[in-house]
Design a protein around this ligand. Structure first.
Ligand SMILES: Cc1cc2nc3c(=O)[nH]c(=O)nc-3n(C[C@H](O)[C@H](O)[C@H](O)COP(=O)(O)O)c2cc1C
Length: 205
């Protein structure tokens, strides 16, 4: 039995295009892999640890090989718990809206928690090495407008491909739902295409 971790970002529930696409993916996946477990993290409902002064100091204490204070130990335990939950999955589905050409702040917060030296990446004289990857990851993007692969305004896909690549994910599948704002027919067509792509990828995932 494998565990698929679904990281849901949009707070818009049933009106969310990214979530609608993810639901189609998960139904197709569950049908194909009935023995697998699907765990969901809903980032707008989750209380993530603040990366405040003592949490940041804990991170630097680890990097400099220094003792952590009692408060720093407590704060760091919350960070470790979030990282362990992330790392314990076998496969990953992430669905996210584009907000201001990038990602919603809750997803950035989650990334700031889980991307940590010694946990999800390492470095040596040979350079950086991802420690969390070698596992399948599929990212679903929803955007009000339309952006082509080389758009200079896209800080959403470019950033997520980079950061998940940095922590070791080499097999990243992409599903794009765009445009989600505009005339009804165009939006429905975009949603239908994203759902078709989601089912096809889920079938092989
Ligand atoms: C705060 C906010 C910022 C947004 N910024 C952009 C943007 O920069 N570019 C864009 O194309 N759409 C933008 N949108 C529109 C969303 O990307 C679009 O509605 C998308 O479908 C949201 O994903 P969802 O349907 O899964 O919630 C923004 C929406 C919100 C709420």
């Amino acid at each position: 039995m494998k565990t698929l971790l679904y990281i849901k970002v949009s707070p818009r529930n049933n009106r969310s295009h990214s979530h609608k696409t993810a639901s189609a993916f998960l139904s197709a996946y569950q049908q194909k892999n009935p023995q697998d477990k699907i765990e969901t993290i809903d980032l707008f409902k989750l209380s993530l640890p603040e990366f405040d002064n003592s949490t940041a100091q804990a991170k630097y204490a680890i990097m400099h090989g220094e003792e952590k204070t009692t408060e720093q130990v407590k704060k760091w335990a919350n960070v470790e718990e979030t990282i362990q939950q992330f790392k314990s999955a076998d496969k990953y589905l992430l669905s996210t809206p584009m907000w201001n050409f990038g990602i919603p702040y809750k997803l950035k917060h989650y990334i700031d928690i889980i991307v940590q030296p010694g946990y999800t990446f390492g470095f040596s004289e040979a350079g950086y090495k991802g420690l969390a990857g070698g596992k399948p990851l599929c990212i679903i993007y929803a955007r009000g407008g339309s952006y082509d692969e080389n758009s200079p305004m896209d800080f959403q896909k470019k950033y997520l491909d980079m950061i998940f690549g940095f922590i070791g994910f080499s097999e990243i599948k992409t599903i794009i739902c765009q445009p989600t704002l505009g005339d009804k027919e165009t939006v429905e067509k975009a949603q239908d295409k994203a759902i078709t792509d989601a089912k096809a990828i889920a079938d092989e995932f």
